[in-house]
Design a protein around this ligand. Structure first.
Ligand code: UDP
Ligand code: MG
Length: 312
C-alpha cells in the first residue's frame, strides 16, 4: 500500500458519506494504491452503521473501519490509525470536511516530490474563530514555546502526512497521554508547513468546548515540560528570601526602635497569600503525579471492539 488515509470519526453520521465520496473522487486521481481507515471513536449516532455500509458497498478500494469499544478521544484514534495502517505514507484528516481532501492530495504530492521532507503539515494562516479563542490559542503557543524544549508551530493542526520513517517513530512513543502536536514535533524529522484555509464544518458541531481546549492546553504543557514545577520552586524560594528579609526588618524595628509592629492585617494577608501559593504549587505537583499514576497503570490507549474491512 502506498497511501493510508486515516480518518477519526466521532458522531459524524452525516459527514462520513460526503467525506467518502469526495475523498475517493480526489484520491483516485493520484493513481496510487491507497486505503481508507476510519476509526469510529465510540460514536453514539449512526456513524458506525454508515461506515459499515460504505465498506460493504465499495469493492474498488481498500476500506477498514476500526470500531472502538467506547470514546477514547481523537489522539487515541490517530494512534490506532497509525498502528493499523500499512501505507508508505499516512495522511491524517478529519471526517467533517473542514480539511478538504484536495488539500490532502496536494500534501501527498508535495511530500513525494520533496524527498528531503518527512512530513507535510497544514496550518491555518488566519484563524476563523472568535477573537477570544484566537487570543487564548496564540497565548498558548507563546507560553509553551517559551517553557518547553519541543517547538510548537502556531496554528499547525493534526492535518498532516507522514512518511513511513516518521510513522514508525511516532509509534515508538507509547505514552498514555498523547498530545499529538507535541509528539510529531518531539520525534524530529523535517516538516514542511503548508498554509491552508479551514472550511466550515459540514454537519454537526465541534466536540471542543472552551473548557476542553483549556484542559488540552494543560495536557500539552504538563506532557512536554516540567517548567511549572521549577516555577513553583522559584516562587517558593523567592517568598522564603523575602520573608527572611522582612523578619530581620521586624526584629530591628522592635529591638532598636521599640516600634510595636501592627500585625493583624499583615498576618492575615500573608497567611492567605502564602496558603494560596502553597495550594497552587501542590496543584501543579498533583497534575504531574496524576499523570505518573495513570501512566504506571499501563492501560492501553484504546480498545478495539471489532475491525470491519473489505480487504480480502
Ligand atoms: N474526533 C474523534 N474523537 C473525539 C472527538 C473528535 O475521533 O473524541 C474526531 C472528529 O470526528 C473529527 C476530528 O476528530 O473527525 C476533529 O474533531 P472536531 O471537528 O470536533 O474538532 P475541531 O475541528 O473543532 O478541532
Ligand atoms: Mg472539525
Amino acid at each position: 500500500m502506498v497511501l493510508s488515509v486515516i480518518v477519526p470519526c466521532y458522531n459524524e453520521q452525516d459527514n462520513v458519506m460526503p467525506f467518502y465520496t469526495q475523498s475517493v473522487e480526489v484520491f483516485d486521481k493520484l493513481r496510487c494504491n491507497y486505503e481508507l481507515i476510519f476509526i469510529n471513536d465510540g460514536s453514539s449516532d449512526d456513524t458506525l452503521k454508515n461506515l459499515s455500509a460504505i465498506c460493504e458497498s465499495d469493492t474498488a478500494h481498500t476500506i477498514k473501519v476500526i470500531n472502538f469499544s467506547r470514546n477514547f478521544g481523537k489522539e487515541a484514534a490517530i494512534f490506532a490509525g497509525l498502528r493499523e495502517c500499512t501505507g508508505d505514507y499516512a495522511l491524517l484528516i478529519d471526517a467533517d470536511l473542514q480539511q478538504r481532501p484536495e488539500i490532502g492530495c496536494q500534501m501527498y504530492k508535495t511530500l513525494i516530490e520533496n524527498t528531503e521532507y518527512d512530513c507535510v503539515t497544514a496550518y491555518q494562516k488566519e484563524r476563523k474563530e472568535g477573537a477570544v479563542l484566537t487570543f487564548f490559542k496564540n497565548a498558548f503557543y507563546k507560553i509553551i514555546n517559551k517553557i518547553a524544549d519541543t517547538h510548537f508551530f502556531a496554528g499547525a493542526s493534526d492535518f498532516r502526512i507522514l512518511n513511513r520513517k516518521m510513522i514508525d517513530a511516532v509509534l515508538s512513543v507509547t505514552e498514555y497521554h498523547r498530545f499529538s502536536k507535541g509528539i510529531f514535533s518531539w520525534v524530529g524529522f523535517n516538516t514542511f508547513f503548508m498554509p491552508y484555509v479551514v472550511e466550515e464544518r459540514r454537519h454537526g458541531k465541534s466536540s471542543w468546548s472552551f473548557i476542553k481546549l483549556f484542559k488540552y492546553a494543560i495536557e500539552g504543557i504538563v506532557g512536554f515540560t516540567t517548567a511549572p514545577l521549577k516555577i513553583a520552586m522559584a516562587l517558593g524560594l523567592i517568598s522564603a528570601i523575602l520573608s527572611a528579609i522582612y523578619s530581620v526588618i521586624v526584629i530591628i524595628q522592635k529591638l532598636a526602635f521599640g516600634i510595636n509592629v501592627p500585625g493583624y492585617a499583615t498576618i492575615v494577608v500573608l497567611l492567605l497569600f502564602l496558603g494560596g501559593m502553597q495550594l497552587f504549587a501542590l496543584g501543579i505537583l498533583g497534575e504531574y503525579i496524576s499523570k505518573i499514576y495513570i501512566q504506571v497503570k499501563d492501560r492501553p490507549v484504546y480498545i478495539i471492539k471489532e475491525v470491519i474491512t473489505n480487504d480480502k
